[in-house]
Design a protein around this ligand. Structure first.
Ligand SMILES: N[C@@H](CCC(=O)N[C@@H](CS)C(=O)NCC(=O)O)C(=O)O
Length: 248
């Protein structure tokens, strides 16, 4: 059995969509990140960075349990476990998938996340941050648009790279984007959205979605973006005097 430590966010959906595509049995374990459940000692043992998603596969390599965090590593592990075209074994095709997966992990996720944050969640408007991350989001959408003008899916055939990027495009409006400007992304997006496995993956724990309260506020905001959910380290570098070096 695969336990998926999950909340209804783009990084969480990558894993449930893939598991649905692969038809592997799993159980979604809710980790309410607005309430700080990502900082409990039990969860930190599985996911030391204190973020979802994470998995525990009771039937890991060699039959022993395996715990994994970081969505990119989880997608690679699950696709390899099941085998098949979502992460091909052929080296050229495999590295093509992996480079687009890493493009998601290093670019799409962090940058679109910052655009979303400064446009929607920042307590006061910060024009420099809004401009910087919206411009970077627009640039990244341009990269996707060009690629999807050349190939049907990011790495040719549908793969874990598409599964990683798709949930990040869903909130495109909050990233200052409009899909009418990107016909190739629109085509790709609609094709993925129509897949029954994707629909099932997006429905996981949907009963916990508070439709009108998807924007974290109050305690939830403090937990996610302040220090409300996690103790700062005892030796918090921010408390050191400016210019002090580590060995001073
Ligand atoms: N690089 C990580 C990012 C994970 C991540 O940022 N997860 C968010 C939800 S999408 C989270 O758990 N946030 C809670 C927090 O930051 O306290 C991955 O891809 O797994």
């Amino acid at each position: 059995m695969i336990d998926v430590y999950f909340w209804m966010t783009p990084n969480g959906y990558k894993v449930t969509i893939l598991l649905e595509e692969l038809g592997l049995p799993y159980r979604a374990v809710p980790v309410h990140i607005g309430k700080g459940e990502q900082f409990t000692p039990d969860f930190l043992r599985i996911s030391p960075n204190g973020k979802i998603p994470a998995i525990v596969d009771t039937d890991g390599p060699g039959g022993a349990p395996l715990a994994l965090f970081e969505s990119g590593a989880i997608l690679i592990y699950l696709a390899d476990k099941a085998g098949g075209p979502l992460l091909p074994a052929d080296p050229r095709r495999r590295y093509d998938v992996l480079q687009w997966l890493m493009f998601q992990m290093g670019g799409i996720g962090p940058m679109l996340g910052q655009a979303h944050h400064f446009r929607r969640y920042a307590p006061e408007p910060i024009p420099y941050a809004v401009d910087r991350y919206t411009r970077e989001a627009t640039r990244l959408y341009g990269v996707l648009e060009e690629r999807l003008g050349e190939t049907e899916y990011l790495a040719g055939d549908y793969s874990i790279a598409d599964i990683a990027v798709f949930p990040w495009i869903r909130p495109y409006r909050w990233q200052g984007q409009d899909l009418v400007d990107y016909p190739n992304i629109r085509r790709w997006y609609d094709a993925i959205k129509a897949r029954p496995a994707v629909e099932r993956g997006l429905a996981v724990l949907s009963e916990r979605l508070e439709r009108n309260k998807r924007k974290p506020e109050g305690e939830a905001w403090n937990t996610l973006f302040g220090q409300g959910g996690k103790r700062p380290p005892a030796d918090d570098p921010q408390n050191r005097s400016v210019g002090a070096s580590d060995d001073a």
